[in-house]
Ligand binder design. Structure first.
Ligand SMILES: [Fe+2]
Length: 225
């Protein structure tokens, strides 16, 4: 009975998170596509680090909504092609807190809230929003952080061209022990070096794509390990 209740609760949470992913898709397709790739990288990394399929899938779901708070940031800041002013940067840096508050309001498991809230923290404590450092930062957020930055580095943005895999690899290595958990960086680079076609293609899905297809996609990326 307890197991059935637990599973029903998990299914309900998954439904909530996929609904939020749909709202991200409709609001900002670039953030949505980025989030899909981040979720997949994080899921692969978690599996390599020994997480169960279920837990790694949960992390992929957290990855899908990690930038949920950006849906509440004004377009002129969100899509700005030039450098952000200090005020604009402070506004943008509120997105982990906004996303976490939305999830708390839906009473989802703290795992998802913490992962979203802390995905911009840094290993040496210079991140935001709280300045946690080292192992104070939940491992889920440390994994997501590496996946997030790798995808940003290798993506086209209004303000920058995509970096090659080799250059992005060097950037991650440079950030190891300052921005990132060195053990997570090592694991990510191992996957990058040993798995052919590890870097995901930059595809923008048409808005009509059914987001329900996400679940099998995420599961497929687990089973292909
Ligand atoms: Fe973010």
């Amino acid at each position: 009975m307890a197991v059935a209740v637990h599973f029903d609760r998990w299914r309900e949470t998954r439904g909530i998170l996929l609904s939020f992913a749909r709202s991200i898709q409709e609001r900002d397709i670039v953030t949505y596509e980025h989030s899909r790739r981040v979720g997949t990288y994080a899921q692969r990394l978690a599996r390599y680090l020994g997480w169960s399929r279920r837990k790694a899938y949960d992390l992929a779901l957290a990855g899908l909504v990690h930038d949920l708070g950006k849906t509440w940031i004004a377009n002129d800041i969100l899509n700005k092609s030039g450098a952000l002013s200090d005020d604009e940067r402070r506004t943008m840096q509120r997105h982990p807190v906004i996303g976490a508050r939305i999830l708390i309001g839906c009473d989802v498991h703290p795992f998802y809230v913490e992962t979203v809230l802390y995905h911009h923290e840094a290993w040496d404590g210079h991140g935001y929003p709280t300045g946690l450092h080292g192992e104070e930062i939940p491992l889920s957020a440390r994994i997501l952080s590496v996946a997030d930055v790798y995808d940003v580095l290798t993506s086209q943005r209004p303000y920058k061209a995509p970096l090659s895999e080799a250059v992005a690899r060097e950037r991650l290595l440079l950030g190891s022990t300052t921005s990132f958990d060195p053990a997570v960086v090592r694991a990510f680079l191992h996957l990058l070096d040993t798995q052919p076609n590890f870097t995901l293609p930059q595809l923008v899905c048409p808005l009509s794509e059914r987001i329900e297809q996400l679940s099998p996609l995420l599961v497929d990326s687990v089973t292909s390990l």
